[in-house]
Design a protein around this ligand. Structure first.
Ligand code: ZN
Length: 136
């Protein structure tokens, strides 16, 4: 397993972490199989979506902000209930196939880290899942 460090610079943002994940997969030496990307935080998340047009990241964030406004009344006393809910809506893990030592993503796909209560130094665990040998 490898722990990626992701430094966020805004209260909320999506960051394309595909290059870091690709490097980690190379270093872990996963030839075939998959890698599980897991975010061990309660106010951040991870997803896969388009990384060609940066406007897609902005639209994703904008939609989450509209779905879960900060101004609603919440019971959580820390004052960041909106960030917890946005994090749960996005999810905390993605599973990406690996072939020939490389991430097998679609042409326009990238791995996007979602920050909802930053800026902070965050962690993404890259967990190798090599393909099990096929029994004879
Ligand atoms: Zn909280």
């Amino acid at each position: 397993m490898k722990a990626l460090r992701v430094k966020t610079s805004r209260e909320q943002e999506f960051i394309d972490i595909t290059p870091q994940v690709e490097r980690a997969v190379r270093e872990l030496g996963i030839p075939e199989g998959a890698c599980l990307l897991y975010v061990p935080h309660t106010t951040a998340g991870i997803t896969i979506n388009e990384n060609a047009d940066p406007a897609v990241k902005e639209d994703l964030l904008d939609a989450l902000v509209r779905l879960v406004p900060e101004s609603l009344s919440y019971k959580h006393l820390e004052g960041n209930a909106h960030a917890h809910i946005r994090s749960s809506l996005l999810g905390h893990s993605v599973l990406v196939p690996v072939e020939d030592g490389k991430l097998k993503l679609g042409t326009w796909q990238g791995v996007l880290f979602g920050e909802f209560d930053g800026p902070r130094e965050r962690t993404v665990w890259v967990i190798p899942l090599p393909r099990a040998p096929v029994p004879d």
